[in-house]
Design a binder for this molecule. Structure first.
Ligand code: ATP
Length: 353
């Protein structure tokens, strides 16, 4: 059921349009990530939901209530920012209690709610600490507890993990997802980190220059990208140029080697050049293991990345990367060696934008 509805949202700063006709409905309890490069407009959309920016056009409705005439403090929204933004002169208890105090709650109720929130973020033992006495990860958990304490209808997270180091980032994102699911709170999360978005979202909006290029589940976004931008921004990808041989039977040629796509390309013309996407992990050199389609080329590079050895081969004008899983007996191919890649024809996707 639609809980948060954004209809035809636009935003311009002076003559510059930074969000174009954005439409989306988000269900109650859903976790939606806005993913995109710097400057694509994702924070601006979040700030419009919060009421910090006024849309140039369109409407925002939360639980059937138009937010248009509501100031930020009249909206029932909790927000966590990139910089921890805790009140430095207040301890953890006072920080988490802040929104409840402003709302005029009684002391007994505030104390009970703060206790509940600190237990949720597993920091009951730090209630008396001040922000400067805590790590970045702890401060962000307190910021989350502070945002959730007044029981907002919607939780907005603006790159809350990007100032933390890699290990803490992973553990905190899992904690955020668990808490979000436990409370069933509708959440919008902004990030430029694709792994982060893929790992914790129900749906992802991939933003490109103020527009949503694709909205879908992490599985759809990763496996079925609908635009070249999504295909290359999410995951590591081979973009392969091919020539159409026979549109009726989906036959194409890559570097002179013919193969048949699974997708229909009947609307294309013979000899037309098309772009195909192929993920490195869809490919193996073990015969028959991943499918019945082959490409042969010459090895031009191997990179040891720890768990995998990323290998590049040249096929005609194209360079195709693939991953070999590391194991004690592994023999990386030699530069100049000719090898054959095996994959399923259905993993070769036509990029149509
Ligand atoms: P980042 O990840 O860097 O925060 P973003 O995708 O969140 O990027 P936004 O912060 O939404 O991007 O900004 C979108 C565009 O709007 C950018 O080109 C930015 O320079 C511009 N912009 C944002 N706020 C303002 C403002 N107050 N005045 C003028 N331009 C702005």
């Amino acid at each position: 059921m639609a809980f948060l509805t954004l209809t035809n949202i636009q935003k311009s700063f002076g003559p510059v349009k930074v969000v174009h006709d954005f439409d989306m409905t988000i269900d109650k309890g859903e976790f939606v990530s806005f993913l995109g490069p710097s400057g694509c407009g994702k924070t601006t959309i979040l700030r419009m939901i919060a009421g910090f920016e006024v849309p140039t056009g369109g409407s925002i409705v939360i639980d059937n209530r138009d937010q248009g005439n509501l100031k930020p403090n009249q909206r029932n929204i909790g927000m966590v920012f990139q910089a921890y933004a805790l009140f430095p002169n207040m301890n953890v208890h006072q920080n988490v209690a802040f929104g409840l105090k402003v709302a005029g709650k009684r002391k007994a109720e505030i104390d009970a709610r703060v206790k509940e929130m600190l237990s949720l973020i597993k920091l009951e033992h730090l209630a008396d600490r001040y922000p400067y006495q805590m790590s970045g990860g702890q401060q962000q958990r307190v910021a989350l507890a502070r945002a959730l304490a007044p029981m907002p209808q919607v939780l907005l997270l603006d790159e809350p993990l990007s100032a933390l180091d890699a290990k803490i980032r992973v553990s905190l994102r899992e904690e955020i997802r668990l808490i979000q699911q436990k409370l069933g709170i509708t959440t919008v999360f902004v990030t430029h980190d694709q792994e982060e978005a893929l790992s914790i979202s129900d749906r992802i909006v991939v933003m490109n220059a103020g527009r949503a290029d694709q909205i879908g589940t992490p599985f759809e976004i990763y496996n079925k990208p609908t635009t070249r931008f999504v295909a290359s921004f999410v995951g590591t990808l081979n973009i392969i140029e091919a020539k159409v041989v026979d549109p009726a039977t989906s036959r194409i040629a890559i570097g002179g080697q013919q193969l048949a796509l699974k997708e229909p390309i009947a609307s294309m013309k013979a000899s037309e050049v098309i772009s195909l996407a192929l993920r490195p992990e869809a490919v193996t050199i073990a015969e028959g293991a991943k499918g019945d389609t082959e490409l042969t080329g010459e090895v031009i590079a191997t990179n040891f990345l720890g768990s995998v050895i990323r290998t590049r081969i040249r096929v005609g004008e194209n360079v195709v990367s693939f991953d070999m899983f590391n194991s004690p007996g592994i023999r990386p191919p030699a530069i100049g060696e000719t090898i054959t890649l095996h994959f399923a024809a259905s993993d070769l996707l036509v990029i149509r934008d």
